[in-house]
Write a protein that binds this ligand. Structure first.
Ligand code: ATP
Length: 482
């Protein structure tokens, strides 16, 4: 049944069988042309629960498990497919893994077309930086995540720094270098501490906060010497900021931008926030330091300026814009970095608090109608996640260790998002005893509580149930808050 009504034209579409949704993307385009609305937009309309769609989530970390978990809370989502997914996504109902690499654009396209995937949600930055959105969109698929041009905001620190400087976004003072001699003499003139950054993507390892000039010079030599491959072709040298870091993930349709709840994560491996940088060892949301006044300032001075600057460059940026900020002891803020995707592990604490259905927000971004959405609704309370990592991470670690205790942790009320896990080969998917470790960060034990203390206590009670050989976790997550 298709009918139209309302002052503008709103088109209501009811499908009775999944087969009838075939070609939804094409139909969506056609109807958008005709009426300025599309059936996917109408999915957001609560009255039409009968429409169901399949979503493909690209990635295999804790962030992607959390995205799939959140999407599956909606009855409108018939199925989520994760490419390639992990042991956790393999064991959820209505969820299946697809053994394809995140940059196998052709394979993902073939599958999505054959299986009537209505929407592709891209988790990690690497496929975005390689142009997954451009490719899939050119094949008629609907994708959440910026184009290759937009993803430069994360994929090139020099590009992002220039954009911030042009747009007047508060950020650390920085100079970009193309060779070591000039970079080293700049460092000598500036003194330490100072921050040395490889321009491109380096999985969190391309940033050295140098305590001495000598450390900075070693980092410069390593970067120009090829340690980070082409990511080190340019080196950004930046003033060292102090304070508390906060992550503000925002959803945007390229014109409107809306922040999600703020979060704080712990990047360093050791308690007391010392030691090597990691992908993140734990997080909590909302971040008490990010008061509503501060978020309003960040919205005005960072998020809106960034979207306007992207638009001025002709970049139609639809997806997540993640601002990593340093809040100085005086309460000023400066952007440390932009990311072009959901944060990991921030997503694992932000999504459990989200009340507005995630797919409604995502579709509003993809269809460029975020401004028409009601305010994003949140649950009261706090979410905390603690990461269980493999011994040796972020350095060398072993994989294949049997994991036990997840059911017990969940029985205590925690949600365990999997990051580096896989179902033991030959074992039936979904049998948790057959799970083994498959990465550095293995699990995110997550709890939602009425307040920070409650969530923290529950997350730690949960993680204490879990065991695998060599397991390591930080015992001081949220120490700034306590
Ligand atoms: P990669 O490019 O290797 O993936 P990344 O994108 O995570 O790394 P950043 O977020 O820019 O890199 O920096 C990582 C961490 O380094 C930050 O979270 C922060 O702790 C620290 N850092 C970055 N810039 C500065 C700065 N100017 N002053 C102080 N600390 C900084």
């Amino acid at each position: 049944m298709i009918e139209t009504h309302t002052s503008r034209v709103v088109t209501l579409v009811t499908f009775h069988k999944p087969e009838q949704i075939r070609g939804l993307a094409q139909l969506s385009k056609l109807m958008k042309k005709l009426y300025g609305e599309s059936p996917l937009g109408i999915l957001a309309c609560k009255k039409f629960k009968r429409i169901s769609v399949k979503v493909l989530v690209v990635g295999h970390g804790g962030r992607e498990h959390a995205l799939a978990w959140k999407l599956l809370q909606s009855k409108q989502i018939e199925q989520v497919v994760c490419a390639p997914g992990n042991g956790g996504t393999a064991s959820m109902e209505r969820c299946q893994n697809l053994p394809l690499a995140v940059d196998d654009f052709e394979g993902i396209t073939q599958f999505a077309k054959k299986q009537d995937i209505s929407l592709v949600v891209v988790g990690p930055e690497v496929p975005l930086a390689k142009g997954i959105t451009d490719y899939l969109t050119s094949q008629g698929l609907m994708v959440f995540g910026p184009t290759k041009a937009g993803a430069q905001i994360e994929a090139s620190k020099a590009w992002a720094k220039a954009l911030m400087q042009e747009a007047g976004i508060p950020t650390a003072r920085a100079v970009v270098f193309t060779e070591a001699t000039a970079a080293k003499s700049y460092v000598r003139a500036q003194g330490a501490p100072i921050v040395v950054k490889a321009d491109g993507l380096a999985a969190g390892k391309g940033v050295i906060v140098a305590e001495t000039v000598e450390q900075a010079q070693i980092a410069i030599d390593a970067m120009f010497g090829g340690e980070f491959g082409s990511a080190g072709r340019f080196v950004v040298i930046e003033e060292c900021l102090t304070g508390q870091e906060v992550s503000v993930l925002a959803l945007t349709d390229g014109l409107t931008i809306r922040p999600l709840l703020s979060a704080q994560d712990h990047k360093r491996i050791c308690e007391g926030d010392i030691g090597e940088n990691t992908g993140g060892m734990g997080a909590y949301a909302p971040a008490p330091i990010a008061t509503p006044e501060l978020i309003a300032e960040i919205q005005k001075e960072v998020l809106e300026k960034a979207i306007a600057a992207l638009l001025a460059k002709g970049i139609d940026y639809r997806g997540v814009l993640y601002a990593g900020l340093m809040i100085t002891p005086k309460g000023d803020f400066k952007v440390l970095e932009f990311n072009c995707r959901f944060g990991d592990p921030e997503t694992q604490v932000v999504l459990p608090l989200l009340e507005t259905p995630l797919e409604e927000l995502i579709l509003a971004c993809v269809e460029q109608r975020l401004a028409q959405m009601p305010p994003i609704a949140w649950k009261q309370g706090t979410a905390v996640t603690v990461v269980a990592a493999s011994g040796g991470y972020p350095g060398v670690y072993e994989k294949g260790k049997a994991i036990t205790g997840i059911e017990q942790a969940e029985a205590l009320g925690t949600t365990v998002f999997h990051a580096g896990t896989k179902a033991f080969p030959g074992g039936s998917l979904g049998t948790r005893q057959q799970l083994v470790t498959d990465g550095g960060r293995v699990l995110n034990v997550t709890a939602v509580g009425e307040n920070f203390e409650q969530a923290l206590t529950q997350a730690y009670s949960g993680i204490q149930c879990i065991h695998f050989e060599g397991m390591y976790y930080r015992r001081d997550i949220g120490h700034q808050v306590r």
